[in-house]
Design a protein around this ligand. Structure first.
Ligand SMILES: Nc1nc2c(ncn2[C@@H]2O[C@H](COP(=O)(O)OP(=O)(O)OP(=O)(O)O)[C@@H](O)[C@H]2O)c(=O)[nH]1
Ligand SMILES: [Mg+2]
Length: 226
C-alpha cells in the first residue's frame, strides 16, 4: 500500500490508538516476561534519548503513558503498553506496544550497558510474540555503529523491522538529505522489503498518523494466516 492509499485509513488507525492504550507491566529481567501469552507485539528500539518513550506517548495521544527525560538512560526495563482493541482474525490476541531500554548509554560504569543489552537481545531473539521492530534513529545524530549492528542482527535473525527517523523538527534539511544518502548506500546490499524509511517528529506531530497506520497494518497482517 502506498502513502496516499494509507492516508485514507488514517482516521481508523488514529482511533485504534486514541484513548485505547494503557500501561500494562514492566520487566527488568527477560525471564520474568510471561512466555505463553496470546499476544502480538511491536517493539520500539533505539539508542538512549532517541525519543522512543516520547513517540509512544504521542502515538497514543497520552503524555502520561511512558516516562521521558532530557537525560539518556531513562527507560531501563521492558515496558508493555496494551492497545485495548481486538483484531477480527485473532480476536483473543492482546496487542502491545513495547518500549525497550535505550542502548549505548552507561549510567553507572560499564555494568548497565551489558545488563541492558542482554535484556534487549534476549527479548529480540526469544520473543515469539514479537511481530516487528521499529528501529528509531535520531535524524540529527544519524546512523551510529550500534544502529548498524542491530540492522545486521535483524537480517541475520530474520527479524522484521522498520526504520524511523525521529526529531525531524530539529534536523536541518541538509542533514536529512545527507542522512538519506547515507542510509540508501547502507541499505544497498540489504533487502528493505519495500519499506520506506519513515521520518517523524513527536514534538511537531509530523507523520504520526502514517506511523500509527503502518503499525496497525502490521498488527492486522500478522494475524492474517491465523
Ligand atoms: N525536538 C524534539 N525533541 C524530542 C522529540 N521526541 C523526543 N524528544 C526529546 O528527546 C528527549 C528524550 O526523549 P525520550 O522519549 O525520553 O527518549 P528515549 O529514547 O525513550 O530515551 P531512553 O529511555 O533513555 O532510552 C526528551 O527531552 C524529549 O523531549 C521530537 O520529536 N522532537
Ligand atoms: Mg525511554
Amino acid at each position: 500500500m502506498n502513502i496516499s492509499e494509507k492516508k485514507k485509513n488514517f482516521k481508523y488507525s488514529d482511533n485504534f490508538f486514541h484513548n485505547h492504550v494503557t500501561f500494562s507491566e514492566s520487566y527488568f529481567e527477560f525471564d520474568k516476561v510471561p512466555t505463553e501469552r496470546d499476544s502480538i507485539e511491536i517493539a520500539i528500539l533505539g539508542r538512549s534519548n532517541v525519543g522512543k518513550s516520547t513517540l509512544i506517548n504521542n502515538l497514543c495521544m497520552n503524555k502520561n503513558l511512558a516516562f521521558t527525560s532530557k537525560r539518556p538512560g531513562c527507560t531501563v526495563s521492558i515496558n508493555f503498553y496494551k492497545i485495548n482493541q481486538k483484531i477480527e482474525k485473532a480476536s483473543k490476541a492482546e496487542i502491545f506496544l513495547v518500549d525497550l531500554p535505550g542502548y549505548g548509554y552507561a549510567r553507572k560504569g560499564g555494568q548497565d550497558i551489558k545488563k541492558i543489552s542482554n535484556l534487549i537481545n534476549k527479548y529480540l531473539i526469544k520473543r515469539k510474540q514479537l511481530i516487528k521492530i521499529y528501529l528509531l534513529i535520531d535524524s540529527r545524530v544519524g546512523l551510529q555503529p550500534t544502529d548498524a549492528e542491530f540492522i545486521n542482527f535483524f537480517h541475520q535473525n530474520n527479524l522484521e523491522y522498520q526504520i524511523v527517523l525521529t526529531k525531524i523538527d530539529k534536523a536541518k534539511k541538509v542533514d536529512l538529505d545527507n542522512l538519506d544518502i547515507l542510509l540508501k548506500s547502507f541499505f544497498q546490499g540489504l533487502d528493505l522489503a519495500g519499506n520506506e524509511i519513515l521520518k517523524v517528529s513527536a514534538k511537531e506531530k509530523i507523520n504520526l498518523d502514517l506511523l500509527r497506520n503502518t503499525m496497525m497494518e502490521d498488527f492486522i497482517s500478522s494475524c492474517k494466516d491465523d
